[in-house]
Ligand binder design. Structure first.
Ligand code: NAP
Length: 307
């Protein structure tokens, strides 16, 4: 295994970059943060640029770019980083549209790309996938509801076209579902709640199918109080419940031992491994479910929303 240092440029120095990426980079000796690009924000002691283009023009010694911007600009930035010969880690969702993912996979041949799905990166989610592998699945229920004012205060981009609205959080549930359920998931119907003054849905009820089982999803970012990030899978061997965003696992009534959360350290360990192996992981199945919901969904109006 290679131990070479991976020198990073990080683009989009907002909430997730500061909350998760910077600590995960700092604790992994394979990575060194060399530069950042953000229209306004900067880090003391690190070369900072207002745009990715300015960062690339500076011709620093870099190996990879980490993209933590809102999704609407992600694919264009990834294309520029790949054209500069760099590996790319992409926050979720990897692009704002499926066609953009296909184009990235073609451009990125020979470099490593990782579409991070942070909610998959837990011991409990892996254990759920292993347990479900041999089961007959009868029904699946997803409740994924939170208060956007608490979790994304002031993030108007999230409610613009290409901002994903309720699917910004629900795509985390879809990333878990596509990882733990053994058969392909297909979307059957969707009902989307659209605030009169915004371009993205804030509530959604979806019906998906997994072989013979129905998968019912109740999704909202207008949910007051404590968030609910829960998945329940009814099987021939009892009920499996993944709660707290995939960090708590109960199988047939027995709470499994909980491990410390390490989603982003695992994302970076995966990125280093893929670079060492010359591989990429650009799984777009969670994004495809969102695209299908937007394509098939009935829309119903909701009152105007302000943060
Ligand atoms: P955020 O707080 O709004 O941060 C995004 C940052 O990117 C802002 O500083 C923004 O600058 C900057 N930016 C926008 N366009 C840029 C460009 N073209 N080049 C360079 N920088 C640019 O958003 P966030 O919450 O960190 O979310 C970012 C992504 O991470 C989203 O895809 C989200 O789904 C994902 N994510 C977020 C969370 C979370 O808890 N927040 C968790 C997991 C994943 P301006 O504000 O000046 O435009």
């Amino acid at each position: 295994m290679s131990n070479s240092l991976i020198r990073l440029g990080l683009v989009g120095l907002g909430k997730i970059a500061r909350d998760q990426h910077l600590p995960a980079i700092a604790e992994n000796p394979r990575f060194a943060l060399t530069a950042t690009a953000d229209p306004v924000a900067a880090l003391e002691g690190i070369a900072s640029y207002p745009t990715l283009d300015a960062l690339l023009d500076a011709r620093l010694a870099l190996d990879a770019i980490v993209l933590c911007t809102p999704p609407s600009v992600r694919a264009g930035l990834a294309q520029r980083a790949l054209a500069a010969g760099l590996h790319v880690m992409l926050e979720k969702p990897p692009a704002a549209a499926l066609s953009q993912v296909g184009a990235l996979i073609k451009t990125g041949a020979g470099r490593t790309m990782l579409a991070t799905w942070h909610s998959r990166e837990s011991v409990e989610v892996d254990a759920a996938a292993a347990w479900l592998a041999g089961r007959q699945i009868r029904a699946v229920r997803v409740n994924w509801r939170e208060d956007v004012r608490v979790w994304h205060p002031g993030q108007d981009w999230l409610l613009a076209a290409g901002g994903f609205g309720v699917f910004d959080t629900a795509i985390n549930a879809f990333s878990i579902l596509t990882h733990i359920l053994p058969q392909p998931l297909t979307l059957e119907s969707a009902d989307l709640g659209m605030p009169a003054n915004r371009q993205a849905p804030m509530t959604a009820r979806l019906t998906m199918r997994h072989a013979a089982a129905e998968v019912a999803c109740d999704l909202s970012i207008l949910h007051p109080g404590a968030p609910q990030w829960d998945i329940a899978v009814d099987t021939d061997a009892g009920l499996l419940q993944l709660t707290q965003g995939g960090h708590s696992l109960t199988i047939a009534g027995e709470l499994q031992e909980r491990t410390p959360e390490a989603e982003y350290p695992r994302c970076y360990a995966r990125f280093a491994r893929l670079i060492d192996e010359g591989q990429s992981d650009m799984d777009s199945r969670p994004l495809a479910l969102v695209a299908d919901a937007m394509m098939l969904g009935n829309r119903h109006p909701l009152p105007p929303f302000e943060f």
